[in-house]
Design a protein around this ligand. Structure first.
Ligand code: FAD
Length: 314
């Protein structure tokens, strides 16, 4: 067996909240074969699996994760052309969105620059159907190489397989994990690439100046689906969760332990050096209770909670 499996590995420094306990077992497969070894190990020892990307959208319990954490370190990147001479870019699950965007622009392929400044891996981005305003990663996906949780069988599926929606994908059933994804982009002239690079820089500047960009998971709660809300603002259903959170006055004001609601954005929770995951979860639950009391609806997390024996949220 080539794959190294470590025991009792702290996960705190592998998440953007910088909180949480340790993984009972931990490994970093660098290709599909090693990923299969990891799955076989989990099967042999009857371990639960959690696949960790870059930790930008998770809250790990202070008790850690009592199973095998698989952190795919699959860093492959390649380009071919489709039958219409448009580029198909294939990226391993562990490639960061930042590296993917830089690589595609360097190869005169445009399209992904709206995702500039969003942390995370290709695997995590497919899982959540990464979004920025009206751009979703599903709009670029062609095929994805997946590994099956119990057998380790590797399959290639097209994007219809995923039943994508806002913050929704079939990967949330946790029966398959991403090994690599292929995206169709647009072949661009040098001038178009220069424009796309400028747009990328501007989006990053905008994000850094407006939102916290460390010790957070970005938006903690997802927006509401239309059928969940009755309130309308300017004749439109009020689906934006930040609208409700702003109204209850938590921005820059509510704090539990060393976790607080950002002064910049009511839907972003930030941790200080002493924060625990319990602080974050208690803060989030308090926000849910306040929104429920005021508006009768309960915000639901976009952030994924891992290793909690009981759901700490409503
Ligand atoms: C500052 C900040 C800003 C953000 N802004 C945005 C934004 O604008 N839009 C947006 O959509 N998100 C945003 N996010 C959330 C985050 O960037 C995305 O959810 C990202 O895709 C998470 O990727 P990750 O690799 O860090 O996944 P992780 O946080 O490690 O994991 C998240 C989920 O993905 C699963 N997963 C990870 N890798 C795989 C794989 N290979 N196969 C199957 N499942 C996998 C995990 O099991 C877990 O359930 C932001 C986060 C931060 C910290």
């Amino acid at each position: 067996m080539k794959l190294v499996i470590q025991q009792n590995v702290p996960l705190k420094n592998k998440t953007w909240f910088n909180t949480g306990g340790a993984a009972a077992f931990y490994c970093q497969p660098s290709d599909g074969l090693e990923f299969q070894e990891a799955i076989a190990f989990a099967q042999q020892h009857a371990l639960e699996i959690f696949v960790l990307g870059h930790g930008a959208n998770i809250l790990i319990s202070d008790d850690g994760f009592d199973g095998l954490v698989i952190h795919p370190n699959i860093q492959t990147l390649s380009i071919t052309n489709d039958q219409h001479d448009q580029p198909l870019v294939t990226a391993g699950a562990g490639v960061s969105m930042e590296k993917l965007i830089t690589y595609t622009l360097e190869h005169n392929c445009i399209g992904l620059e709206d995702f500039s400044g969003i942390p995370g891996s290709v695997g995590g981005s497919v899982y959540i159907n990464l979004h920025y305003f009206d751009k979703l990663i599903e709009q670029f996906l062609v095929t994805v190489e997946l590994i099956e949780r119990t057998t380790g069988t590797i399959i290639t599926v097209d994007k219809n397989w995923f039943n994508f929606g806002y913050d929704q994908s079939k990967l949330m059933e946790h029966n398959h994990y991403v090994i690599a994804a292929t995206l169709r982009l647009k072949k661009a002239t040098d001038l178009e690439v220069a424009y796309a690079k400028g747009r990328s820089t501007e989006i990053i500047r905008h994000r850094v100046s407006r939102y916290p960009n460390k010790n957070t998971c970005g938006s903690f709660f997802r927006n509401f689906y239309k059928d969940e809300v009755t309130l309308t603002v300017n004749n439109k259903k009020a689906i934006w969760v930040a609208y409700y959170l702003d109204k209850i006055g938590v921005k820059g004001a509510l704090k539990v332990g060393d976790a607080s609601v950002s002064y910049q954005h009511a839907n972003m929770l930030v941790t200080g050096p002493q924060a625990t995951s319990t602080d974050v979860a208690t803060l989030a639950r308090t926000m849910q209770e306040l929104v429920f009391k005021e508006f009768g609806i309960i915000p639901q997390p976009e952030c994924i909670l891992i290793g909690f024996k009981n759901n700490p949220l409503l």
